[in-house]
Design a protein around this ligand. Structure first.
Ligand code: ARG
Length: 466
């Protein structure tokens, strides 16, 4: 009995949504207006450029062009002011706008689609959208880099432990650590600039896939739409979504960098580390544990990365088996890019805010920098330099000093000279000069090293480029 009821109700559930049958299913799977309405401004810009070119080439009359342009501008303000009714029956943004244009201006609207297809139209709209998004990303990365440069300036001399394997390795400065992120986000920004250069070709005029017999001027539309030049191969033009995939790869790499930063902030803000304190704006309390301050924003940035990676893999997979030229599969490109763009913008904004607002506890960092025998390498280097030992022997002597300090429960700099001399007779009291974390850091003047003078050089390099 129960089984029968279950089957029946699940069938009804299936049927419920598509009560009117195959037509409704087709409309639902086919329509993209739910998400591609985001492209309305690009679609209208593209159509105005196309109509203007058609009139210039004598393909449509100047009067029809004027009507079309006027109608499109009306539609633009209707959509911007929320007075446009999108219809799923009209499938996508292109047909929604064209249908409205016909209502507004009559038969002249039918001339707009001369010498073009939705295939080059969507390629154009989406390229324009991605281009603007890349430009926005470039600006946001510049803001994030600026935030790091300011913190690096402020902390060019603040000593902190440097880690490998998340184990204390050697002292570094917090400024130096900040500058590592400047390098990472600087590379992301140059990837963005390359991507803008790659996509800077206008697809419009490729038509369905083969070009057109009308005497169009693709250089004119390319110029009007701010592209460097028209694309060169009409088949490739309507088949290509590399620009979207490049955007997603950049988003994925940038997201990975943001996630590593987020992870460090999560670690640094624990009471156990206590290196930074997040501002209230970027953390939350616990509903049950009054002492807690949770780094939720950083955790969510770490999570957004997973989502962005998913979008990249989704679009690569959508595209990998498609024969040339256009296939409807490609309609699934937009949601991935829109979603990743939203996540990326939010993640950059959140991390920029966090980096600017967080309080850096230099005393805690310095204390941590001195523990864990972080200047052991400095002792070994001193033995090489001052006592002429081969590095491997110096390493061994230092290892004994570390073991002794460990057994005494003190730091290297706290071992009495007699103890050090018992390990190696050539050690003098000059050795204490290199056992402090400040001396250690100041000595690492190699190009790109952690010495404050080097960090300031790195800051100056990036200030000139930001
Ligand atoms: N909505 C479609 C898309 O986003 C527009 C192109 C449709 N072209 C076609 N031949 N059905 O891909």
């Amino acid at each position: 009995m129960a089984d029968t009821t279950d089957t029946k109700s699940s069938n009804q559930m299936w049927g419920g949504r598509f009560a009117s049958g195959p037509d409704a299913i087709m409309e639902e799977i086919n329509a993209s207006i739910g998400f591609d309405k985001k492209l309305f401004a690009q679609d209208i810009r593209g159509s105005i450029a196309h109509a203007t070119m058609l009139a210039h080439q004598g393909i449509i009359s100047a009067e029809d062009k004027d009507k079309i342009v006027h109608g499109l501008n009306t539609i633009l303000s209707e959509i911007e002011s929320g007075n446009f009714e999108f219809s799923r029956r009209l499938e996508d943004i292109h047909m929604n706008i064209e249908a409205r244009l016909a209502t507004l201006i009559g038969p002249a609207a039918g001339r707009l689609h001369t010498a073009r297809s939705r295939n080059d139209q969507v390629a154009l709209d989406f390229r324009l959208w991605v281009k603007e998004e890349l430009e926005k990303t470039e600006k946001m990365l510049t803001g994030l880099i600026a935030a790091f440069l300011d913190r690096a300036d402020e902390h060019a001399e603040s000593v902190m432990p440097g880690f490998t394997h998340l184990q204390t390795a050697q002292p570094v400065t917090f400024g130096h650590h900040c500058m590592a992120y400047v390098e990472m986000f600087g590379r992301d920004r140059s990837r963005v600039r390359h991507a803008i250069e790659h996509l800077d070709e206008s697809p419009i005029g490729a038509a369905a896939l083969a070009g057109t017999g009308y005497p169009i001027d693709r250089h004119m539309t390319a110029k009007a739409l701010g592209f460097r030049e028209p694309t060169r191969n009409s088949i490739d033009t309507v088949s290509d979504r590399d620009f979207a995939i490049e955007f997603l790869s950049i988003a994925a790499i940038t997201g990975m960098h943001l996630s590593r930063l987020a992870e460090e902030i999560v670690i640094w803000s624990t009471p156990q580390f206590g290196f930074v304190r997040l501002s209230d704006a970027f953390s939350t309390g616990s509903s049950i544990m009054p002492q807690k301050k949770n780094p939720d924003a950083a955790e969510l940035v770490r999570a957004k990365t997973g989502r962005i990676n998913g979008s990249l893999v989704a679009l690569l997979t959508i595209m990998k088996g498609l024969p040339l030229a256009y296939s409807k599969d490609m309609q699934e490109d937009k949601e991935q890019v829109f979603d990743a763009a939203e996540s990326l913008e939010l993640a950059i904004a959140a991390m920029t805010g966090m980096v600017r607002d967080m309080t850096v506890n230099t005393a805690r960092m310095k204390a941590a920098a001195g523990s864990g025998f972080s200047t052991a390498t400095d002792l070994a280097d001193w033995l090489v330099r001052e006592a002429g030992l081969p590095f491997r022997d110096a390493h061994h002597v230092t290892g004994r000093a570390v073991a002794l300090a460990e057994s005494k429960g003190c730091d290297l700099a706290e071992l009495p000279l007699a103890d050090l001399q018992a390990i190696h007779a050539s050690i003098t009291d000059k050795v204490y000069d290199v056992l402090t974390v400040e001396a250690s850091v100041a000595s690492r003047k190699s190009f790109g090293g952690t010495a404050p003078s080097e960090v300031r050089r790195q800051i100056a390099f990036w200030r000139a480029r930001n």
